[in-house]
Design a protein around this ligand. Structure first.
Ligand code: ADP
Ligand code: MG
Length: 309
C-alpha cells in the first residue's frame, strides 16, 4: 500500500493524502503528461481558461477528464498538442514541451476530437493510406483489421457511415499511430448510448495490453466508470479532484445536508438530482459515492469557491 499526496485543486489550498493501492508502483512510474503551474488566458480582463494547474499523469491507463462546458478541457488538451501557448507555466508530453518542439510532442500523440475530423469524400481506406503516408510507423494492417472486425465499410465515402462508425474510423486512425499518448476530446458526445459503448470498449481493449496513456475528455460521466482508471474533475480553470476511480468512489460518501461534518472532510453541500440537499464528504472506506456524486460535489465546491471569491 502506498501513500501519495495529491492536490485537490490547482491552487494548493486543500492538499490531502490518499491511500491508494493503484499507485504502489508510482514511485517508479514515469510521467506521461505533466502540467506545471499552467495558466492560459485568452483575453486580457477575462478570467483565465486555466488558472495555475498542476497535473501529473503517470504512464498507462485511461484518465477521464470531466467538467462542464467552458471548464477548460479542450484548452488543456490543446496545450498538450501545442496548439495553445500557455500564458504561464508549461506542459510536457513524455518529457517534451510542445511549446518548444511541437512536432516532437505531436509525434507522441494520437488525437480524436468531437467531430471525427474525417475528409468527407474520402473512404476509410483512403484515410488509412493518408495516415500511413504521414506517419511512418502507422500500423495500417491493425487499423484496417479493427474496422473489419466491426463490419465498417472501408470503400465508401465516410459521409455515408453512421456517426458511431465515423468515430470508430477516427479512433482506428489514432490507435494506428501507435502513439504512446491518446488525447480524446469528447469523442462520444454526439453518439447514441450503444455507439458510445462500442467506441469506449474498442478504446479500452486497444489500450489495455500496452502502456498507452489516454486522456479522455467527456461530460457523460456514466460511461466513464467502466473504462477509466483515473478521474480528473476540472471546474472552470481549476483541478478540483485527481485520483483513481477507486479513490473517488470508495473515498467519499453522500450524507444528508443536516449532518454535522468536520470542515476538512466536507467537499460541498449541494442540491442533488432528486432535489434533496446533500453533502459530499471525504470518508475513505465507506464506498457508497457514485462517480456522479463525486463529480457533482467537486463542481459544487468549485462554484462555492468562485462565489466566495
Ligand atoms: P471545455 O472544453 O471544457 O468546454 P474550453 O477549453 O473550450 O472548455 O474553454 C474554456 C474557456 O476558454 C471558456 O470560457 C471559453 O469560452 C474560453 N475559450 C476557449 N477557446 C477560446 C478561444 N479560442 N478564444 C477565446 N476564448 C476561448
Ligand atoms: Mg471542449
Amino acid at each position: 500500500m502506498g501513500i501519495i499526496p495529491f492536490r485537490i485543486d490547482g491552487r494548493g489550498s486543500h492538499d490531502c493524502v490518499v491511500i491508494d493501492d493503484a499507485h504502489v508502483t508510482s514511485a517508479h512510474a514515469t510521467t506521461a503528461l505533466r502540467a506545471q503551474n499552467l495558466s492560459k488566458r485568452y483575453r486580457r480582463g477575462r478570467p483565465p481558461a486555466l488558472d495555475r494547474i498542476d497535473l501529473d499523469i503517470t504512464t498507462g491507463g485511461i484518465t477521464a477528464l470531466v467538467g462542464p462546458n467552458g471548464a477548460g478541457k479542450s484548452t488543456l488538451i490543446r496545450c498538450f498538442l501545442g496548439f495553445e501557448r500557455p500564458t504561464a507555466g508549461f506542459v510536457t508530453v513524455d518529457g517534451i514541451d510542445p511549446a518548444r518542439d511541437r512536432a516532437k510532442a505531436l509525434s507522441r500523440i494520437g488525437y480524436v476530437g468531437q467531430d471525427a475530423g474525417l475528409y468527407r469524400q474520402l473512404t476509410a481506406d483512403e484515410h488509412l493510406d493518408l495516415a500511413a503516408a504521414l506517419r511512418p510507423r502507422f500500423d495500417r494492417v491493425a487499423a484496417a483489421e479493427r474496422l473489419e472486425v466491426q463490419g465498417i465499410s472501408r470503400s465508401v465515402p465516410t459521409t455515408e457511415l453512421s456517426g458511431g462508425q465515423q468515430a470508430q474510423v477516427a479512433l482506428s486512425l489514432a490507435l494506428g499511430t501507435r502513439a504512446p499518448v491518446l488525447m480524446l476530446d469528447e469523442p462520444v458526445a454526439r453518439l447514441d448510448p450503444l455507439a458510445r459503448l462500442a467506441f469506449l470498449t474498442t478504446l479500452r481493449d486497444a489500450v489495455r495490453t500496452d502502456l498507452t496513456t489516454v486522456l479522455l475528455a467527456s461530460h457523460i460521466i456514466g460511461d466513464l466508470v467502466a473504462v477509466s482508471d483515473s478521474l480528473i474533475v476540472l471546474a472552470p480553470g481549476a483541478v478540483m479532484f485527481h485520483g483513481t476511480i477507486e479513490a473517488a468512489t470508495t473515498g467519499h460518501a453522500v450524507v444528508a445536508a443536516s449532518e454535522e461534518i468536520p470542515p476538512d472532510d466536507l467537499v460541498a453541500t449541494y442540491t442533488g438530482l432528486t432535489g434533496k440537499r446533500m453533502s459530499l464528504v471525504r470518508r475513505p472506506g465507506t464506498g457508497d459515492a457514485t462517480l456522479d456524486d463525486v463529480v457533482l460535489g467537486y463542481l459544487a465546491a468549485a462554484n462555492a469557491e468562485r462565489t466566495a471569491a
